[in-house]
Design a protein around this ligand. Structure first.
Ligand code: FNR
Length: 333
């Protein structure tokens, strides 16, 4: 895994499941991060080869839900993002997946109450020793690259102090979301602090937080230039229209939904996760008559019918049934 000069799909809970990651890759993303997966949930799962879908599934042993599904197409490009506060647990997960993914990332930027209370996400930025120990443990003991994703502190100097501590663990790259833990997406992103870090350290810095200004593919390069980083990571702009990764330009929303739905059907994605992702593409359009019809859908086939893929879905699903697919696994909501 090389982190230089890359355009990357950011980790996004519930959005970054297999169909969206593959769509991002097919549109031109170089690297795709999984949604944040919590270590102890992962440790409850068991690895299984799904020979019908040609996927590797990590299935929760307590309720049969899919914790993580991946496939060959993304193997060299997928980074598994972990939510953890414990080096030993993180290492156990990393050992479980090291042959299925290209790299491991530790989430040190999530400001949600769930993460902070559990000592994860942005809580780790207040505990540099612990953060360093987690990273060092992984770097020493796994064969794939390790990285982390952080937010910034109020000053460049304080941010650099933390970054230097993290970099000393031997990580191969660091993604920096240019907002502090108390700032929200509507606040301006501090490109100057990202740039200061990028100019001060030797490993690749991945700039993040620019979606408000990224409306077309070319804007990605503007953000890259502003931040002085080698690589850029995109979350919301991709959530709204994944074709932002296309060098050739954005595709119309309906085409993006159609492309996404085909992958959701091919990889037997759960109706609830599929619906959630499409809701985040439609946004205000959920208020239109077609949007309201969509909101009433409960099955993948019903959703597919709205975009003219009802037959495609029906054929694929009956083919999977004939091949003996075991139940319909649900992706964790
Ligand atoms: C996120 N973000 C996030 N970050 C992370 O490290 N792990 C995660 O699982 C998530 N989940 C998530 C879900 C959704 C729906 C959104 C919108 C965001 C934060 C994200 O990766 C990114 O740091 C910010 O959204 C800022 O980047 P953009 O949106 O300006 O490109």
């Amino acid at each position: 895994m090389n982190y230089k000069d890359k355009i990357i799909l950011a980790p996004m809970v519930r959005i970054g499941t297999l169909p969206m990651r593959l769509l991002a890759l097919r549109y031109g993303a170089d690297i795709v991060y999984t949604e944040e997966l919590i270590d102890w949930k992962f440790l409850r799962s068991r690895r299984k080869c799904n020979e019908i879908l040609n996927t590797i599934d990590y299935i929760d042993q307590t309720d049969g839900t899919i914790v993580f599904r991946t496939c060959k197409e993304e193997k060299e490009k997928v980074v598994l993002q972990l939510g953890t506060c414990d080096a030993e647990r993180a290492l156990k997960v990393a050992k479980m997946v090291e042959n299925d993914v290209a790299a491991i990332d530790i989430n040190m930027g999530c400001p949600k109450e769930f993460s902070i209370k559990g000592g994860m996400g942005v809580a780790l930025m207040a505990q540099p020793e612990k953060a360093n120990t987690i990273l060092k443990t992984l770097v020493k003991n796994v064969s794939i690259p390790v990285s982390c994703k952080i937010r910034i502190f109020e000053t460049p100097e304080k941010t650099l102090e933390l970054v230097n501590k993290l970099v000393s663990s031997g990580i191969k790259a660091i993604a920096i979301h240019g907002r502090t833990r108390d700032e929200r997406p509507q606040h301006a992103v501090h490109t100057d602090i990202i740039r200061y870090i990028a100019e001060s350290i030797c490993i690749p810095v991945i700039a993040n937080g620019g979606s408000k200004e990224i409306e077309k593919h070319g804007d990605i390069y503007k953000f890259k230039e502003l931040t002085g980083c080698t690589s850029v990571m995109i979350a919301r702009a991709a959530e709204w229209n994944c074709s932002i990764f296309r060098k050739e330009g954005l595709l119309p929303m309906d085409l993006v939904i159609t492309d996404y739905l085909k992958l959701a059907v091919d990889y037997d994605n759960s109706p609830s996760n599929t619906k959630y992702c499409i809701q985040n593409i439609l946004r205000d359009l959920q208020e239109t008559p077609r949007g309201r019809q969509f909101l009433e859908c409960q099955t993948l086939e019903q959703i597919c019918s709205i975009w003219g893929l009802g037959d495609y879905c029906q054929e694929k699903q009956s083919q999977y049934q004939k091949m003996g697919i075991q139940g319909r696994w649900q992706v964790t909501p």
